[in-house]
Design a protein. Structure first.
Length: 535
């Protein structure tokens, strides 16, 4: 009981339980309530000097007592989420080999080919519903970290539980080890994965195929979330498996929905229509083209035809503006956005010539939204919408302060990682954080409650709209275009309800619930971090 974090109550075991379970003498005598334990844990958390120390503290707590861990998260979400997820989780992944104490999640290597189902059956829980899987190739904006990327599936699943009430026993983090092309890791004595180059091509594809088939066999009700795969594999895997197993890619689709929600909510401030926007993206990877694809779907819904809608999205990648002349050799996901236009080399020129209403940074390259670029956006837009979404904070295209200062307070700004409040000319701005956590827990929960066969694009569109509707006038008054993170549980539940309804409407649900009963079904499914009685 003391060693199993799902069962352990630590100093909260009652006298009766201590006798009934043979724990007498194994714990200090005083019995604490869960709330008292939360207070102690929180004061210990506060004593940790650096965010990474706080991360290690919370990891140890999670490995010891999950109920207490999730109660702490529920009590202090605004302080805890940036530690268990971005930005601190990025540092935690970089340091994972050093801070590693005991494994959490499952490691499946390419050497296990032919026996993946057998390996999955080693997992102690039999009714897994939510799997977050990575192969570590593109961890946040940090690149190829191999198995050190395990911090990401672990962190995301903690968010599923704390934000959307998914029971921890349903959750399974997985890292697939197919090697790493990060040479520093090959030569690093603390690296925990296989020291070999990444397996590619048919061998990789067969490995993934076996993995997906094994998941379907061993955990038939599981939703599979693809996480932080490299660009070439991410798009391919999503399109190959989207309809074969209930699955989605958060970097592509979750990001798209949270960014679109930010846009819809910002348009409530500007008073302009979605169909009148022109978006310029810096970075044409998973996040950027994912956002553009969902924006296109939203614009089509708003009355544009698809070609027209795609024409509203422009991309600058590392080679300059993505244009028709570059079609040869252009990555597949960029092709729909390679419009007829003379070549443009820089972002500054592209802003000047295209005059976008919205500028979105998803390049992983810091300080690329220069003072001049931001000032120019504010010249031809009364309220320019500027999102610097690259993570972690050190990679953001501009800081919140730069966005407000260089636009003379006009910018409607959101970032990927949190920024503190900014004082500018006597006004306080609270920057919105376009955190995927607003979307994926609710979408996942909604899909699971009705056992949806797929997670469709329309579900993400609905999630984005629902999120934007939850932003209040009080939020807008302080410059925030997302609800406060303190409302995350409510946000996730509302999104889950809408997603579940959509699953039923579209015929994807395997459990049919009348519309008016969905809210209760979602609410009844929520995990609460409270101790059960064993006496
Ligand atoms: P990716 O590797 O798929 O794409 C990055 C793209 O940026 C590539 O097309 C690359 O060519 C381009 N690029 C790199 N440097 C550039 C430069 N100097 N100028 C122009 N283009 C450049 O990565 P991704 O998944 O699209 O993620 C990109 C960034 O977005 C990451 O930093 C990630 O953390 C962030 N992100 C944020 C959120 C969020 O805020 N909710 C969600 C997902 C991703």
């Amino acid at each position: 009981m003391l060693a199993d974090p799902l069962l352990n109550k630590g100093t909260a075991f009652s006298d009766e339980e201590r006798d009934a379970l043979g724990l007498r003498g194994l714990l200090p005598p005083r019995i604490f309530t869960l709330d008292e334990q939360v207070n102690r844990a929180y004061s210990n958390f506060q004593r940790q000097p650096e965010p990474i120390d706080k991360y290690v503290f919370l990891t140890l707590l999670q490995n010891r007592n999950e109920t207490l861990f999730f109660k702490v998260l529920e009590t202090y979400p605004e302080e805890m989420i940036p530690i268990i997820y971005t930005p601190t989780v990025g540092q935690a992944c970089l340091d994972y080999g050093v801070i590693f104490r005991r494994p959490r999640g499952m490691f499946i290597t390419i050497r296990e080919r032919g026996r993946i189902a057998e390996v999955l059956r080693h997992w102690p829980q039999t009714d897994v519903r939510m799997i977050v899987v990575t192969d570590g190739e593109r961890i946040l904006g940090l690149g190829d970290l191999g198995v050190l990327g395990m911090g990401i599936p672990v962190g995301k699943l903690s968010l599923y539980t704390s934000c959307a009430g998914l029971h921890p026993r349903y959750c399974m983090p997985i890292t697939l080890d197919v090697g790493t092309n990060n040479e520093n890791l090959h030569n690093n004595s603390t690296y925990l994965g296989m020291s070999q180059h990444r397996v590619r091509g048919a061998e990789y594809d067969e490995f993934i195929e076996e993995f997906v088939t094994a998941v379907k066999t061993v955990f038939p009700k599981a939703l599979l979330q693809w996480e932080d795969f490299g660009n070439t594999n991410a798009f391919r895997l999503l399109s190959t498996y989207q309809k074969r197993i209930c699955s989605f890619n958060d970097d592509i689709q979750g990001t798209a929905a949270v960014a679109l929600a930010g846009v819809i909510s910002a348009l409530r401030v500007t008073g302009t229509a979605l169909a009148d926007q022109k978006i310029l993206f810096l970075g044409a990877g998973e996040a950027g083209t994912g956002i553009a694809d969902l924006f296109t779907a939203a614009a089509v819904d708003a009355g544009l035809d698809e070609t027209e809608a795609r024409q509203r999205c422009w991309f600058v990648d590392s080679q300059g503006l993505v244009v028709h002349d570059r079609l040869e050799g252009l990555a597949h996901h960029k092709i729909p956005y390679a419009h007829e236009h003379p070549p443009i080399k820089t972002l500054a020129e592209a802003v000047e010539i295209l005059r976008p209403t919205i500028l979105i940074g998803v390049s992983g390259t810091p300080s690329t939204f220069t003072e001049a670029i931001i000032a120019q956006m504010a010249e031809f837009n009364e309220r320019p919408i500027i999102f610097a979404l690259s993570n972690p904070t050190s990679k953001a295209e501009c800081t919140a302060e730069a966005a407000y200062r260089n636009s003379e307070g006009k910018a409607i700004f959101a970032s990927g990682s949190p920024f503190s409040a900014v004082e500018y000319q006597g006004q306080t701005f609270i920057p919105g954080q376009g955190n995927n956590v607003y979307i994926f827990p609710g979408v996942g929960l909604g899909a699971l409650v009705v056992e949806s066969a797929e997670v469709s694009e329309r579900m993400f569109l609905i999630a984005a709209r629902t999120l934007a509707e939850l932003v209040t006038d009080e939020d807008f008054a302080i410059g925030r275009i997302y609800p406060s993170l303190t409302r995350i549980r409510e946000v996730s539940v509302v999104i889950a309800i809408e997603v579940a309804k959509e699953a039923i409407r579209s015929g994807l649900a395997r459990i049919i619930i009348p519309d008016e009963e969905i809210e209760a079904a979602v609410n009844n499914s929520l995990y609460q971090p409270v101790y059960q009685s064993y006496a």
